[in-house]
Design a protein around this ligand. Structure first.
Ligand SMILES: Nc1ncnc2c1ncn2[C@@H]1O[C@H](COP(=O)(O)OP(=O)(O)O)[C@@H](O)[C@H]1O
Ligand SMILES: [Mg+2]
Length: 450
């Protein structure tokens, strides 16, 4: 059963139950109200009658006159003597009076409805003054009229209910339709995602929570598309990067095997082969590292590290190359700054950045560490050419490299490590030294948190 039908069915059943219960209560309450009202009216007529009697005849000494007056009234009434438990007078024939007297207990004044044959009558009793006479005027009216009023009322109520129910069901249909339509449209879009038709995706108009779900589905689809594209370009780039050195190696190996090279060329070919094999090894190692960094959170062992200690280690390792290239390395390091990260991985990220700087610098590089509010900033700057404009947007992607580039994986590795430590890395155009400026921002670990 579809969601919309389920909702509508549930709502209709609920409506019918509520209306039936309400109708039943109103129906039974109505008869009581009508009887009470009828009694009130009878009482009013009765009281007027008794007043007139009092006025005309005073103390009822002459009962005969009294009865004649009552007979003239067009009413069904008894004059009941409580003291003797007998009907003293009635405007109705004696057999009817007897019938009433046998069917009902005249002495019980709490019963508002009396039976006679199949008919029911509402009664109302008024004590005739003075009370000592024990006379009661009992007025009757048949209940047929009341039933007719009751039926009429219920009939109208039923019409109101039917119209109301029809309007409510229509409204419910409209509302559920409004609710369910975006869901079924969304389901079609999800099906497209399943079939990877990302370009055919359409936005679905919706409100409230469905809108939020739609937004999430849409973002998820975009993310999935980005991921699949990046996977695809990764495989293309990776196979290209691996193929090039392999082709070189194959070319030389076949040449040497077939003896097409002179002795000198053969030596050179072997050198190239060794270099390319080393390069292949580096690429594969870096690819494995990246894959691990991305997929195995357990490779990170975060701990508290003093940043100046990390920088010292970086400088120690960079020094031979710095000296060899005759580069001046300066440092502005604030002490007592701690971060929470995997030491070995963080060292690797900083080394990648520093070795890039050394490679691209003319003759100066600068490392600086300081805090701004609770954010630690680590900057690596050089005085080289800087990063070219077109490279900037994808600089941290895998296999993205400049003309003088190597594997194109160093910055991707650095970014993966820094982001895993909840940090961010950015590249700027203008360093104070004139070349590239890489900046890492990472949360400071406070001493009080130890
Ligand atoms: N300090 C820098 N100055 C200028 N260009 C740089 C600098 N650091 C990185 N780059 C550019 O970014 C590219 C990607 O760097 P990276 O991912 O480390 O790969 P690789 O160093 O193997 O080429 C480099 O090829 C280079 O063009
Ligand atoms: Mg590099």
């Amino acid at each position: 059963m579809k969601l919309q039908s389920q909702l509508n069915a549930a709502f209709t059943v609920l409506l019918i139950v509520v209306m039936a219960v309400t109708g039943y209560f109103i129906y039974s309450l109505l008869l009581d109200l009508l009887i009470q009202d009828e009694q009130r009216q009878l009482r009013q007529s009765g009281e007027i009658l008794v007043e007139v009697l009092d006025d005309r005849y005073g103390p009822r000494t002459d009962i005969q006159q009294f009865s004649t007056f009552l007979e003239d009234q067009d009413l069904q009434l008894f004059l009941y003597d409580r003291n003797q438990d007998a009907v003293f007078f009635s405007t109705m024939p004696p057999e009817v009076v007897n019938g009433f007297f046998q069917n009902n207990d005249f002495a019980d004044s709490s019963e508002p409805v009396w039976n006679y044959g199949n008919a029911k009558f509402v009664n109302s009793r008024i004590l005739v003054y003075p009370e000592a006479t024990g006379l009661e005027l009992i007025l009757l009216t048949p209940m047929n009229d009341l039933h007719a009023v009751q039926q009429n009322f219920i009939f109208r109520l039923a019409i109101v209910f039917v119209i109301g129910a029809a309007a409510a069901v229509l409204l419910s249909y409209f509302l559920t339709n409004k609710l369910v339509t975006p869901l079924s449209r969304l389901q079609k879009q999800v099906k497209k995602i399943e079939n990877r038709q990302f370009d055919d995706l359409e936005r679905v108009q919706a409100t409230g929570e469905i809108k939020e779900v739609e937004q999430s589905v849409y973002e998820m689809a975009k993310e999935l598309q980005r991921y699949m594209n990046s996977q695809q370009s990764f495989f293309q780039n990776a196979s290209h990067e691996l193929k090039t050195p392999l082709m070189t190696i194959q070319g030389y190996a076949e040449g040497i095997k077939e003896g097409v090279f002179e002795k000198e060329e053969e030596e050179k070919g072997l050198d190239v082969m060794v270099t390319e094999v080393k390069r292949l090894k580096t690429i594969i190692n870096e690819m494995i590292l990246l894959a691990k960094l991305d997929s195995e959170p357990s490779v990170y062992q975060p701990e508290e590290i003093e940043v100046s200690y990390l920088i010292d280690k970086v400088v120690d390792r960079a020094l031979p190359l710095v000296n060899e290239k005759g580069i001046k390395l300066t440092q502005n390091i604030e002490g007592n700054i701690r971060i929470f990260a995997d030491e070995e991985k963080m060292l690797r990220a900083l080394m990648n950045l520093t070795f890039n700087a050394i490679r691209h610098a003319n003759d100066r590089i600068n490392l600086s560490v300081y805090t701004e509010k609770e954010v630690v900033k680590i900057k690596i700057e050089d005085d080289g050419q800087g990063v070219s404009e077109e490279l900037m947007p994808q600089l941290f992607h895998r296999f993205v490299k400049g003309k003088d580039g190597d594997t194109g994986l160093g910055l991707a590795i650095a970014r993966a490590i820094i982001e895993q430590s909840n940090g961010k890395i950015t590249v700027g155009k203008s360093s104070k030294l004139g070349g590239a400026r890489f900046e890492i921002r990472i949360n400071r670990k406070k001493y009080s948190e130890q």
